[in-house]
Design a protein around this ligand. Sequence first.
Ligand code: HAM
Length: 419
Amino acid sequence: MSERIQPVKGTHDILPEEQGVWGRVRDAAAAILPLYGYREIATPMFERAELFERSVGVATDIVEKEMYTFADSKGRRIALRPEGTAGVVRACVHHGRLRAYPLDKLYYLGPMFRRERPQKGRFRQFHQLGVEAIGEASATLDVEMIALLTRLLSACGVGRIELQINSVGCPECRPAYRDALVAALSERQAELCDDCQRRLTTNPLRLLDCKVPTCGEVTASAPEIVDHLCDGCRDHLAIVEHGLAELEIAYRFNPRLVRGLDYYTRTAFEAIAEGLGAQAAVAAGGRYDGLVAELGGPPTPAIGFAIGLERLVTLMENGAGDPPLPLFVATLGEAARHHALKLVEALRTAGVVVEMDHSDRSLKAQLKRADRLKARRAVILGAEELATGEATVRDLLTHNQARTPLAGLAARLIEEERP
Ligand code: HAM
């Protein structure tokens, strides 16, 4: 036998058994996003590397260390997209959409690529559902965006998240904060990790979320950006907080929340979930008012977020799991199988999700399969049931069972299973 070819580290297959839960995410997106006026866009999985250098930023981990970059046959530097926002903005500018759609509301779902150290919840190819609203500066849009994120997560059964928000300021107020931060941290430079010593000159705000404990101690007493915001950014933040309170969306203000991408201005947020271990952010986003102009378009404010779908799916599997199967029909013998076929087809016609067993296996083996499918009830049909004209219906949770006439059985089951 030849040696097996291993998958590339940090990649994973999505097998048929897992497609159900991914389908539920897609269904939730397709049901909810149009309510808010978002339409789907698909941009290429590879772009000129320069696009990400200019948007995500050359001094970020993503661009510095994690991008899959290669030269094409003409020597142009190409990168597999590490995120979706830059490509969407490039597409809007390229197609002149900003004139046609003063507020362009777009979403996308697809793979992203980052050469990170793989660990639980962190992959080298992962998927995002991203949402971008391009063309509006108002802080109430930020509130709507966060409401949309929480609605999407709860539609997927993920209600228990901690929403964290912060303001990362704007080009007017950030430089002064940056200087204050560098001044404060330079005094204790020797205590910082190697990466942070470098970041102190390249990207000092990133020091605030370094996971190395000694860096955490050093930055604990560092100045906070919230105390350095200009009037415009402070007012913006106040409206966002007020709006979230009005919509009763719980959040924690985290003055140390900084994002790993350089394009953010003002509102930044993350949804942190229990049960994901170290990689706890299931979604993240924020405002990026300077990015469209940075990529050659007219000055245009924008905001968006992306949900990490592997993390979302893990939460769904840990929690609700696959939707339970309402009904399973176990059959004993050929005649019972024929009877069952008519029954399940009638149920499906009425929209009831049902599975029947076509095998000749023992009842025990069939009910085991029903358990694996998380069926709530099983209808048992065998020669005896056909002879007496009564089926057995077993509750698979309580194991209670009852006999019920075969005549009119389909209609009764449809009635009972109606939502
Ligand atoms: P991000 O925070 O880099 O933001 O990624 C968003 C989400 O993608 C993360 O919260 C996480 O759930 C997931 N994610 C990121 N890296 C990985 C990985 N290596 N493995 C698994 N999941 C991962 C962005 O990408 C921005 N484009 C979001 C945005 C949209 N901001 C404005 N619009």
